[in-house]
Write a protein that binds this ligand. Structure first.
Ligand code: CMP
Length: 147
């Protein structure tokens, strides 16, 4: 079934000039990039986006990291996009990914558990919510709510 998912190239990925390489991998893997924008997150939208992690010890660092520079937001589309994008990016901890999944995007571009270079929605429900948050209702063309 055709699905959409949200991909984010995090600030470390953008500042280390991985954007074009990651986009090439995305296209070679059969995804279409149907929306794309560069955005500097602020504390407000980063906190909202990661609200499921708000009680965790790493949360303040995560917000500092995600607001440290611009991110590249992309809506990807293909059959089974949510799960296939999660497989392509690899495990959360980029250091472990380099051992267990050496061809994954996090192995190639990430640094460690925090600076793991890319985001992928974890379910179809999360994908719909995250895409609407950053891009509005892309099916009706009604504008973003937050930006
Ligand atoms: P992601 O899984 O995309 O979304 C939550 C992010 O929080 C995760 O990527 C990492 O960037 C970061 N993260 C998760 N766990 C930790 C941790 N234990 N310490 C620091 N950062 C973390």
């Amino acid at each position: 079934k055709e699905e959409k998912t949200l991909a984010i190239i995090k600030p470390d990925g953008v500042s280390s000039h991985y954007t074009n390489k990651i986009k090439a991998v995305i296209l070679e893997s059969g995804f279409a990039i149907v929306r794309e924008k560069i955005l500097q997150l602020d504390e407000g939208n980063a906190t909202y986006f990661y609200s499921e992690h708000s009680g965790k010890s790493f949360f303040p660092r995560l917000i500092t990291y995600m607001t440290s520079g611009p991110v590249c937001l992309m809506v990807l589309e293909k059959v089974n996009a949510v799960s296939d994008w999660r497989t392509l990016i690899g495990p959360t901890d980029a250091r472990k990914a380099k051992v267990s999944h050496p061809t994954s995007i996090r192995a190639m571009c990430g640094v460690d558990l925090e600076r793991n270079c890319v985001h992928g929605s974890d379910s179809r429900e999360s994908a719909a919510r995250e895409i609407a948050f950053f891009f509005g209702d892309i099916n009706t063309g009604k504008g973003d709510r937050k930006h």
